[in-house]
Design a protein around this ligand. Structure first.
Ligand code: DGL
Length: 283
């Protein structure tokens, strides 16, 4: 695709792009919109190809890059990867290898760095647990980022492969979910009982929060990402007025999905406290 064909030469202010493999990023988007209601947003869920959590590095990178390019073509200057798996497997390569060729003035930010920054003020033992998809845990992105910022912290990751399907099949509140929530929480603490801070490193997991909290040992802090990412974005826009000026302010939010628009619109209400109408797009 040539730059001018996909709108990459467009320098007009545009919406902030928010990308996820599917629905999970809506938990991040709703917090971002609470903190930054004046801006325009385009949410893109690659539902037709989700879940990303069990996919290889190359595939997650390729799919994420396609989504980022699409959002750029829709006029976004700034794109948030509201997906831990995409942030873990694709963000760095896109930032370092792709953006300089596509358009060095555009920016792509992820959810892992801001989450990691928040744990230093929360832990007393320095033992951090991370619950995430198999892809996020295998990537070691959380231990790598945590050790850069806090070299003496111990990070233990636990993959929770059943949690995304439980949420997607609307079973997050069902009795069956208790079995798998308990299983992975116990596995995490079985490996390190000194953990006092646990990151929910997947944007689907806030929907399982009540059950996760029920099976956590007492006194353990559970870190969800929505507010943290929203605060970090607000801070980023304050520190980067040149980017802030490129983010249009009309208070709108457009929802796009690679799956059926009806399916997305009805499922989105599970994640958002509002009814929305999505549009189908092809990446
Ligand atoms: N939303 C993704 C994340 O935060 C998980 C969903 C998926 O596996 O596609 O990692």
């Amino acid at each position: 695709m040539r730059l001018e064909d996909c709108g990459l030469m467009d320098k007009k202010p545009g919406a902030i792009g928010v990308f996820d493999s599917g629905y999970g990023g809506l938990t991040i988007l709703s917090e971002i919109r609470k903190q930054l209601p004046a801006y325009d947003f385009i949410y893109l869920g690659d539902n037709a190809r989700a879940p990303y959590g069990s996919r290889s590095f190359d595939i997650v990178y390729q799919f994420t890059l396609e989504a980022v390019r699409y959002l750029f073509s829709r006029g976004c200057h700034l794109v948030i990867l509201a997906c831990n798996t995409a942030s873990a497997k694709a963000l760095r390569t896109i930032q370092q290898n792709d953006l300089p060729h596509i358009d060095p003035s555009r920016r792509v930010l992820g959810v892992i760095r801001p989450t990691v920054e928040s744990v230093g003020a929360l832990t007393r033992t320095g033992h951090i647990g991370v619950l995430g998809t198999p892809g996020t845990i295998q990537s070691e992105s959380y231990p790598i980022e945590i050790s850069k910022m806090y070299p003496y912290f111990v990070t233990v990751g636990q993959a929770c492969p059943m949690w995304v399907p439980l949420v997607e099949y609307k079973e997050a509140d069902g009795d069956g979910a208790d079995f798998f929530v308990r299983k992975y929480v116990e596995a995490l603490f079985g490996r390190d009982p000194q953990i006092d801070t646990v990151i929910l490193g997947c944007t689907h997991y806030p929907l399982l929060y009540p059950k996760i909290a029920r099976y956590m040992p007492e006194g353990v802090r559970i870190v969800t990402q929505g507010e943290i990412v929203a605060e970090s974005l607000a801070d980023y826009l304050r520190r980067h007025p040149e980017m802030e000026q490129k983010c249009s302010r009309g208070g709108s939010c457009e929802f796009l999905t690679t799956e059926s628009s009806d399916k997305f619109s009805s499922m989105a209400s599970v994640f958002l406290a509002e009814d929305i109408t999505a549009k189908h797009v092809v990446l």
